[in-house]
Ligand binder design. Structure first.
Ligand code: FES
Length: 122
């Protein structure tokens, strides 16, 4: 079941940048990086898979986000690492834009091998 939550406004995330957000979920809080790259909004778990570093503080460009500590890059469409030292993917979540609102389905991470419903053109 989809659980769409408004996480921020479109204007909160300038092009080629990311912001951290915390979303209530199942009695705890889910930490996400909301990323705006190449005109698309993405939601990715805000922790590098190599160590506990927030990806929202990394560099964004060309549909990728780079961890600032050791430089692993992650594909925002799939969460898969593109460069070492990270070898494990980071969970991604379905992200939609409605009007000026950015919404995320926090019910469960996406299956990166499924149809590309990860984001919406903006
Ligand atoms: S902590 Fe992110 S690449 Fe090492």
């Amino acid at each position: 079941m989809s659980t769409l939550v408004r996480v921020c406004s479109v204007d909160d995330v300038p092009p080629e940048s990311a912001i951290p957000v915390e979303v209530p979920r199942n009695g705890s809080r889910l930490e996400l990086a909301i990323v705006h790259s190449n005109g698309v909004f993405y939601a990715i778990y805000d922790e590098c898979s190599h160590a506990q570093i927030p990806l929202s503080e990394g560099d964004v460009g060309e549909g990728e986000i780079e961890c600032y500590l050791h430089g692993s890059r992650f594909d925002l469409r799939t969460g898969e690492p593109i460069g070492l030292p990270a070898t494990e993917p980071v969970p991604i979540y379905r992200c939609l834009v409605e009007g000026n609102d950015v919404l995320v389905d926090v019910s469960a991470p996406l299956d990166p091998t499924a149809a590309p419903t990860y984001a919406q053109e903006f």
